[in-house]
Design a protein around this ligand. Structure first.
Ligand code: PHE
Length: 489
């Protein structure tokens, strides 16, 4: 069977942008900017984007397009011993999609509740007690929260119908699901700039605090954000690249994706901080406190701000609809990364069948997050996957392409097919900068986690986290050694 193809270049770009633009743009970016020096955060962010983000995205798209395979097959073709690197990337995808869908399930519950704005009296209580029914600690599972579970099932049906015909169904969906949330964001911006106090929010968002640049933590945050926001090291961009033709452009598509994604982040920051500025004025809670709420921003602080406005029901509907639409392209891109790798190996299976298996398996894995201790597990798993597994894959692929396959060889291929030529700086980035920066981040995180147990979770819970990092890494090493032995024999 011939490999699937994107129906057009626009569809490919929409799909790549759809994967990149997600919850990370809406709350993670604004929250980091607020926390780390406002406008000054843009400097490390932009540096990280150019030094690591652009070259790595280009690398993944080029690998997929050149090898015409998903992550496992592509790495294996680059060097047979690296088959395990694909496994490492895809286990991250699988783990992340299983909880990413749960966050979308919460958004769905909020969407249905939006008309009545039931959180107006106590947004925090509504989220933790009503919606999540959160238990006291990770030690008490507290049974299944059925409304979250049903909502999760519904999300999986949606995701399934996005990927069930591969690039064909994805292509039909992204035409709407990518531009629409940006339009909704525009409507929310119009609302924000008609609220008193929005300028105070913007002042905090955009006024640079230059001293922040001296704080190493700011730089770590900028590099991790770039990694996360471009959906790197999940095998997604490799799978998406593999549905392009061998002679399609790479460099220009990379820059377009990066610019659209970061543009959306900046834009989302204006909305979030505009609304927070208003809320600070109404409630007297300092802006710094509101902005520092992190993940709670989407489900506690922002809903509360919405409830303070006139027409709160309508704007709440718009907001949660936007959240769902932002999330869905990221969710199905993760599923698609796994699908692509399975299809490469089992040509006789149809895409529809593989999609059913992958979606059901990920939905089953997600049940743990629908228990009343779900939020604790989600936080724990997210911490380990994004702090370790992703960075390991990033280091692995830069070594594989930069040193083993040859950065110069890959750069020549990229330049052969692209309108905009890529200079030798790309080789330097792939061979030296990316592995050393990522290794530094990894070591820093590791030493922190060894000194301070993450969020004071009990040892049994932390060992689940470590297992998520260590087991796939061991599998990778084992496969590497086995293949090496085989070759020598
Ligand atoms: N890029 C997405 C965001 O910014 C997150 C994501 C990461 C999605 C990995 C898919 C895979 O929200």
């Amino acid at each position: 069977m011939a490999r699937q193809r994107w129906t057009s270049r626009t569809v490919f770009i929409l799909a790549a942008v759809g994967s990149a633009v997600g919850l990370g743009n809406l709350w993670r970016f604004p929250y980091l900017a607020g926390k780390y020096g406002g406008g000054a955060f843009l400097i490390p962010y932009l540096i990280a984007l150019v030094l690591v983000g652009v070259p790595l995205l280009m690398l993944e798209l080029a690998v997929g397009q050149k090898m015409q395979q998903g992550a496992i097959g592509s790495y294996q073709k680059l060097h047979p011993s690296f088959v395990g690197l694909g496994l490492l990337a895809l286990t991250s995808s699988f783990i992340i999609v299983s909880y990413y869908a749960v966050i979308m399930a919460w958004s769905l519950i909020y969407l249905f509740a939006s008309f009545g704005v039931p959180w107006s009296d106590d947004a925090e209580g509504y989220f933790f007690q009503e919606v999540l029914q959160l238990s006291d600690s990770v030690n008490s599972l507290g049974g299944i929260n059925w409304s979250v579970l049903f909502s999760l099932l519904f999300i999986w049906v949606l995701v399934y119908f996005c990927v069930w015909k591969g690039t064909k169904s994805v292509g039909q969906i992204v035409r709407y699901s990518v531009p629409l949330p940006v339009i909704l964001l525009g409507l929310l911006l119009l609302r924000a700039v008609t609220l008193p106090g929005f300028l105070d929010g913007w002042a905090m968002y955009l006024n640079p605090d230059w001293s922040a640049l001296l704080n190493p933590e700011v730089w770590t945050a900028a590099f991790s954000q770039v990694f996360y926001t471009l959906s790197l090291a999940f095998g997604i961009m490799i799978a998406y690249g593999s549905y392009k033709d061998l002679d399609d452009d790479i460099a220009k598509d990379t820059w377009i994706t990066v610019l659209l994604n970061s543009g959306t982040s900046l834009f989302a920051g204006l909305v979030v901080f505009g609304v927070l500025g208003y809320m600070a004025g109404q409630t007297g809670i300092p802006l710094t406190e509101l902005a520092a709420s992190g993940p709670g921003l989407a489900f506690v602080v922002f809903p509360q701000a919405l409830s303070l406005m006139p027409w709160s029901g309508i704007f709440s509907v718009l907001f949660f609809l936007m959240l769902l639409l932002l999330g869905i392209d990221s969710a199905f891109s993760l599923a698609e990364a796994v699908n692509a790798a399975i299809i490469d190996r089992h040509r006789q299976l149809s895409i529809t069948k593989i999609s059913i298996i992958v979606c059901c398996a990920a939905a089953l894995a997600g049940i743990i997050y629908t228990t009343r201790a779900g939020l604790y597990f989600l936080d724990l798993v997210d911490h380990f996957v994004t702090s370790y597994n992703l960075l390991l894959v990033g280091i692995g692929q830069s070594i594989l392409v930069g040193w083993i396959y040859g950065a110069e060889k890959m750069r020549r291929y990229i330049n052969q097919v692209s309108d905009w030529k890529v200079g030798k700086w790309w080789n330097v980035s792939v061979k030296y900068l990316i592995p050393s920066i990522l290794a530094t981040l990894l070591t820093a995180q590791f030493s922190t986690d060894l000194r301070i147990p993450y969020e004071d979770y009990p040892a049994w819970a932390l060992s689940i986290g470590w297992a998520i990092t260590i087991l796939p890494s061991l599998a990778f090493l084992l496969l590497l050694m086995l293949n090496q032995k085989q070759k020598e024999a």
